[in-house]
Design a protein around this ligand. Structure first.
Ligand SMILES: Nc1ncnc2c1ncn2[C@@H]1O[C@H](COP(=O)(O)OP(=O)(O)OP(=O)(O)O)[C@@H](O)[C@H]1O
Ligand SMILES: [Mg+2]
Length: 327
């Protein structure tokens, strides 16, 4: 369990994290979703007991990160943004060394178990420099697992991996979520959607939304968008559809016209169907589409963004999945 209450961190006059509160529950993967500079790493470093907060409180596995950081470190496994690995050591040698630093007994057994959990036992005796990036990331994950901690804090573990390695790592994280409290940061919305039971969205040090992916979708003020396809030119149909009473706005997309209802309670499909018939067109398709986390993020971050002064291009440019956005 991770319990964060009004946590604030200032670096000089920069407020990196501004009074955030959230809970990450055992047996779940909690996503920490936000663009560059949102405050994800800062929060995670506080939660692992590496850095004190400026104010507020955080309990990790029942211990205060500030008053009791030694107890916290025993119960938390941390995969930092840049994993420090000794490239000339073997995977097994490195993990045994980590087990030694942690003062564990049965070091070889603990190291092998950790390698098995990240499905790397067959490369135990390979030197780290001969492993692929995805494998090295898994050695990092094994490092976080050697002491079988209750809580796992993983800082953007999929960055820089190829699409297959990304899928593999996401599966692994989901599996770990069944037995641990996992806090998993990412700036990729679809990743949070796929991997996480709960998502905390952070932007510029503020939490702007939190809940399960399903709850986040239903929190949206507007209802489900509708896709309309008609056997008439889009330029003719669009002005008709967008001026219908139940419609907030409409836009042309590759799939057809995407229509946003005037409110969450309104289903504009009957009105659209009637208007199409009145014009003598044939309706080819009329269906509602799922709201993605991306829609939500753009909406909430957009609202937060307009209240702030300096622009942040990261909010509108969503990186491709598996793309090495930064390192
Ligand atoms: N050591 C530091 N000294 C001063 N400012 C810092 C320091 N570390 C982070 N910051 C600032 O705090 C804010 C939050 O940074 P943080 O690294 O926590 O964000 P992040 O969400 O992890 O971003 P990214 O996705 O790029 O990793 C940024 O404005 C950053 O410039
Ligand atoms: Mg970071």
């Amino acid at each position: 369990m991770i319990e964060v209450e009004n946590l604030t961190k200032r670096y000089g006059n920069v407020t990196a994290v501004d009074s955030i509160s959230f809970v990450a529950k055992p047996g779940q993967v909690t996503g920490f979703l936000g663009p560059n500079g949102a405050g994800k790493t800062t929060t995670m470093r506080i939660l692992t007991g590496f850095m004190p907060p400026t104010s507020g409180r955080a309990l990790v596995a029942g211990h205060d990160v500030f008053d009791n950081s030694i107890e916290v470190r025993k119960r938390v496994g941390y995969l930092p943004e840049n994993v420090p690995l000794y490239r000339d050591m073997t995977a097994l040698g490195y993990l045994m060394y980590i087990a030694e630093i942690r003062g564990l007994r049965d070091r070889r057994k603990k190291a092998m178990e950790a390698l098995e959990r990240v499905r790397l036992a067959d490369r135990a005796n390979s030197r780290i420099r001969t492993l692929s990036k995805g494998m090295r990331q898994r050695v990092g994950l094994a490092m976080a697992l050697t002491h079988d901690p209750e809580v796992l804090i993983l800082d953007e573990p999929t960055i820089g991996l190829d699409p297959f390695q990304v899928l593999e790592l996401r599966d692994l994280v989901k599996e770990l979520g069944r037995h641990h409290t996992v806090l998993f940061s990412t700036h990729i919305l679809s990743e949070a959607d796929q991997v996480c039971d709960n998502v905390v969205i952070i932007n510029r040090g503020h939490i702007i939304a939190q809940g399960s992916p399903v709850e986040l979708r239903s929190q949206l003020e507007r209802g489900q968008p509708i896709i309309v396809r008609v056997n008439a030119p889009i330029e003719t149909v669009l002005p008709v559809v967008e001026t219908l009473p139940d419609v907030a706005r409409a836009e042309a997309t590759q799939d057809g016209i995407r229509v946003f209802p005037a409110s969450a309670q309104i289903d504009p499909r009957p009105v659209i169907a009637r208007a199409v018939a009145d014009h003598g067109w044939d309706l080819v398709e009329l269906r509602s589409v799922a709201v993605t986390l991306e829609d939500i993020f753009l909406e909430v971050a957009g609202a937060d963004h307009s209240a702030a002064s300096d622009p942040n291009p990261e909010l509108t440019e969503q990186p491709l999945e598996g793309e090495a956005a930064h390192e």
